[in-house]
Design a protein around this ligand. Structure first.
Ligand code: SF4
Length: 80
């Protein structure tokens, strides 16, 4: 699993850290970053990504395919 945080989008709102504190941390600029992609399990990281109010977190599988928000977002949204 590969996790990315879009620092431009991140507003330091914290829920990702509250949900997955072993995966995310805030830096001195109050932007989240990944401290350990294996710190929390996939379900917890997914929950953390879903909790982000600005959708700043992306999750990819080991082959580099986007798994969140990617297809899951599209399914919920029913736009594609
Ligand atoms: S939940 Fe989103 S906006 Fe808040 S700190 Fe995490 S990545 Fe940044």
């Amino acid at each position: 699993m590969i996790i990315e945080v879009d620092r431009e989008k991140c507003v330091g709102a914290l829920p990702c850290i509250a949900v997955a504190p072993k995966t995310f941390k805030l830096d001195k600029d109050k932007k989240a970053y990944v401290i350990d992609p294996k710190g929390n399990n996939y379900k917890t990281v997914l929950l953390a990504a879903r909790s982000c109010p600005v959708k700043a977190i992306k999750i990819f599988d080991d082959q580099g395919k986007e798994v969140y928000p990617g297809s899951e977002f599209n399914k919920e949204d029913n736009t594609f």
